[in-house]
Design a binder for this molecule. Structure first.
Ligand SMILES: [Zn+2]
Length: 243
């Protein structure tokens, strides 16, 4: 795999071993993305441009600054120490599809990282999964199912919904890994869940600024309802608990 080096100075030493892979997107091509990360004092290990070109910005063994305040399963603090971050260029923040060239670069890169650090399939996550109240990337067109078919992360079979006896939305979201300790967190997690596992039911926002400023619809309790949502949630939670 050909990797371009464009090092950012925003990193430090890891305080724990790598146990998660976080997928992101930015509405920039590589050069502008580099500049915007540098200006903001943040970073990522890898960046994949629309043409599939792969750039490394921080060495994998170092702690890049991509996740921010985040929580998933057993990782409840210092997500940056515990994860590798990959950013992909998507000018609509994932509301229009990624290019095949990007996916062709992404799949072997993820496979290599997962193998190297023995990352559990449950811990291959969207930025929006681990920080649903703040983030919406990599967006609803991100090809999670295709990735799962290539051994990256998990998908689900809706037929398994009945095997999960739990019916409480908050508990099911927690079985998957989301932080859902109060109603607002649960609504944000349900929205992140829908965008990852039921994107065909989610309304396209179509405005990058709006997506950044309002990563989830605040107070929208209807996001916790619906038979298809509940069945999908139960099936996903089953697949996360069985893996
Ligand atoms: Zn992100």
């Amino acid at each position: 795999m050909q990797i371009k080096q464009h090092p950012l100075p925003h990193f430090n030493e890891r305080k724990k071993p790598v146990s998660a892979l976080v997928l992101h997107c930015s509405a920039f091509h590589e050069a502008e993305a580099y500049q915007s990360y540098d200006d903001a004092g943040v970073s990522t290990h890898y960046f994949i441009d629309e043409d599939g070109c792969l750039t490394q910005m921080v060495a994998e063994e170092k702690r890049a600054w991509h996740a921010g305040v985040a929580s998933w399963r057993e990782i409840i603090e210092d997500f940056n120490s515990a994860s590798v971050g990959i950013e992909l260029c998507n000018m609509s923040l994932g509301e229009t599809p990624y290019t095949q060239a990007q996916i062709n670069t992404l799949i072997p890169l993820c496979q290599e990282i997962i193998k190297k650090y023995h990352i559990l399939p449950q811990n291959v996550v969207a930025h929006s999964d681990i920080a649903p109240m703040r983030k919406m990337d990599p967006g609803m067109t991100f090809p999670w199912q295709e990735l799962a078919q290539n051994g990256i992360g998990l998908w689900y079979d809706v037929k398994n919904a009945d095997k999960n006896k739990e019916n409480d939305v908050g508990t099911l979201l927690k079985q998957i890994g989301y932080k859902a300790d109060d109603e607002e967190e649960t609504i944000a997690a349900a929205y992140a869940f829908r965008r990852r596992f039921l994107p065909e039911e989610v309304q396209i926002v179509g405005n990058v600024r709006e997506l950044i400023e309002h990563p989830y619809p605040q107070g929208k309790e209807s996001l916790l309802q619906g038979e298809k949502f509940l069945q999908t949630l139960k099936a996903v939670a089953y697949s996360f608990e069985q893996a």
